[in-house]
Design a protein around this ligand. Sequence first.
Ligand code: NFE
Ligand code: MG
Length: 504
Amino acid sequence: MSKTIDLNPVTRIEGHLAVKVEIQDGKVASAYVAGEMFRGFEKILAGRDPLDAQHITQRICGVCPVEHGMASVLAQEMAYQLAPAPNGVLARNLIQAANFIMSHISHFYLLSGLDFVDVAMIVDYKGGDSALAALRDWVKGQINSRTVIPAAPFLPRYAAKYLQDADANFSALRHYLDALEMRALAHRMGAIFAGKLPHAATLVPGGITEKVTALKICEYRSALDTLREFIDRAYLPDVVAVAKSFPEYFNVGRGCGNFMAYGAFPVSAGSDAKFLPSGVLMDGKAQPVSERAITEDVARSLYSSASGRRPSEGETVADPNKSGAYSWLKAPRYNGAVMEVGALARVLVAYQDSQNGTMKSAVDGLLKNLGREAGDLNSVMGRHAARALECKSIADQCVRWLDQMTPDGATFTDFSIPETGRGHGLTEAARGALGHWIDIRDFKIGNYQCVVPTTWNCSPRDDRGVPGPMEQALAGLAVADPENPIEAARVIRSFDPCLACAVH
Ligand code: NFE
Ligand code: MG
């Protein structure tokens, strides 16, 4: 018996992602992951002043604008041969870190937690927590009027097994509500140096345009204390509780097995070392990242541009009627190979790096607590665990970057835009490796290309017909009830796809 399931929309964040899975004998025989619209940012940028780029590219996404801004200023700094001011580097780390903390907390609680936590159980809540009582009363009102819980943000919902333990459920639901406050606080914290968030106003080649003062350092430290307390008290324990209740999800959603991280966050100003290290894990072996190995195929993508190009020579020519193509995402490849990017990739790259003792012991501690092996991390639950571990590690590191700042010191190095120049900016966004490429001609942007985390993870088949990472992670998945394909939803959401980014 075969059946095709269309999961569309599938994320709780936005609606450009469509996943089609063909089920045969209760298992996914093949999966097709598609981005459904063209946005054209690379076209919009051509011909403009290069200094528009860090502002325009931030509008690719409201979730990871900081990282697009960072990739853009890094690309421009390479093109301008410009070294940023030390305070600027530290402030940019703190802005980007705030965005990671916001994003990781949002992903677990707001975007994927309700695939595991049972929001319907709230109708039985009899405790004295006023926020949970208010949630109970609101949910009851929804049920009375329409018999099921139909309202955003509690959709989509499946007839499936959720967390059974009532206390763990209520606690996680309370933290769901708290997470709304925490993500707002993380935005306010980043905005101390970013001017505003989302969409940082202060990022420029050479540093930032905001001052670093003792008061701002104190304000950031105060917000950070609250966020670190939430991560330790709620986020990590809730991920552990979910992981213990759904151990089978350490065996579900195994991806392509190749991982890549460009690395991000200079350990200190002027240092080439990255707090999140770069590396490629190909067929289990570690190797350094080479920018020259990155290409994008378009055989199954809705573009008539040349296929297999490096982004520095990349083209973006939309072809909505291209036969055989099914996605507005290109298919990025590394030395021709499929790569998974994201927190799991970063954690695994750091884990195998003998220099990185802190991440190694954090991962080993969690694995011991859960009774799992490192090999189990390539899974749905491994992706959630990696994000929680990384969130804590970045939040803890922010204290050191604050300590390194010089109040009232320079935050910006001046520069002039060259007549011609080329550069690329490789960094990490919460969802994975992010690169921007700029080619300046006649003081203007001649060509601009972005290769984005979700473009890697949600890529369609490439020129050789090899499926992308999410397509591979879905293949072979057992789906108990095709009318309630929660297993597929859990696999898809473990990548935290952001298609707005991916189709840019
Ligand atoms: Ni729109 Fe983004 C991140 C980037 S994902 S969220 O993280 O870059 O493709
Ligand atoms: Mg692109």
